[in-house]
Design a protein around this ligand. Structure first.
Ligand code: SF4
Length: 320
């Protein structure tokens, strides 16, 4: 795509638009689940935690009648509640069932796959070393799939050095889906050196959307002075895109809305990269491009590094 999109009189700017970018199949499915639940059950429908980490998406669903809460005890009896795309500990659906709440699970199927792997490894008698970011809802959800004391979180290579397992302990590793591909490879390598018997998933748990978005940034960032990543500060995959761009030698900034962008950011920038995390909608890309056009005459090139055709099935309650 080559699309000059602004007026004369402004300095030219080459914009490299990464593809794939933005919404993934898990986010599309989670938003569909909220919208279809509103149709089926009527407003309000409760959602435990931000359905995906994007304020624009959350606000649009609020406007349609979704109510976002952090814990189940904020959901009134008799209401329908949806669990976010990040997944929840097993105790959450169990508590919802005990209360007789109608619940729908918008956990991304790729996160659910990690949950099942965790159960299988525990059943096989292996202690799990889980690579992820402490406190992220996906990590809380995955740690909560198996009994306490059977899973240990590591975030870095330094954490691996501190693990106190016996050299021949039965171990398995699993990972959060939205990590840096390169950092995770280093942590896994460190685990394999310390514990050669450790078993892991055949294909890594980092999801297709996360790795495709990182590859696209690796392709454009070396030609850019600045890369803008549209995403929220609590969006793990968006933060990783900023890091990837910086490691390629570009400056990088996370932005949530076009209005945040200041003209001075573009001083000295001839080539600008643009991408979006998996929870950022295409409307925000358009908004950001429009904003950049207020300062510079943009010539845009879309750089496509992969095609994505993934679609996930909806929960049974919404298709019957
Ligand atoms: Fe699923 Fe990956 Fe999207 Fe997360 S980023 S919702 S794991 S496809």
């Amino acid at each position: 795509m080559n699309a000059p999109c602004q007026t004369a009189g402004k300095a030219p700017l080459k914009l490299l638009l990464a593809a794939p970018r933005g919404f993934c199949a898990g986010v599309d499915r989670a938003i569909d689940i909220v919208e279809l639940s509103l149709q089926r059950y009527g407003a309000p429908v409760y959602v435990r935690h931000e359905i995906v980490h994007n304020r624009f998406v959350v606000d649009s669903l609020k406007a349609k009648g979704a109510i976002f809460v952090e814990e189940l005890d904020e959901v009134p009896d008799g209401a329908a509640v949806i669990f976010s795309a990040h997944g929840v500990p097993k105790s959450v659906p169990a508590a919802a069932t005990t209360r007789g709440l109608e619940w729908l699970d918008a956990t991304c199927p790729l996160v659910s796959k990690v949950h099942r792997q965790a159960e299988r490894q525990t059943e096989a008698g292996r202690h799990i070393v889980f690579i992820g970011h402490r406190g992220h809802p996906e990590v809380i959800g995955t740690l909560g799939q198996v009994p306490e004391g059977t899973i240990t979180l590591v975030e870095t290579v330094a954490d691996v050095a501190k693990l106190a397992f016996l050299d021949d302990a039965p171990l398995a590793f699993l990972t959060q889906t939205t990590l840096s591909v390169d950092d995770t490879a280093e942590v896994v390598a460190a685990l394999r050196v310390r514990f050669p018997q450790i078993v892991g998933p055949k294909a890594e748990d980092i999801c297709y959307a996360t790795s495709n978005r990182q590859s696209a940034v690796k392709t454009i960032a070396p030609s850019c002075q600045l890369v803008l990543v549209i995403g929220a500060p609590n969006s793990s995959n968006s933060l990783r895109l900023v890091e990837v761009a910086e490691r390629c030698g570009a400056q990088a900034r996370l932005v949530q809305r076009g209005a945040e962008i200041e003209g001075a950011w573009l001083d000295g920038v001839d080539v600008l990269g643009l991408t979006a995390g998996a929870s950022a909608p295409e409307e925000l890309i358009r908004e950001v491009i429009e904003r950049i056009g207020e300062f510079r005459t943009v010539e845009m090139d879309q750089v496509v590094t992969a095609e994505e055709k993934m679609v996930f099935k909806l929960p049974r309650q919404l298709v019957d």
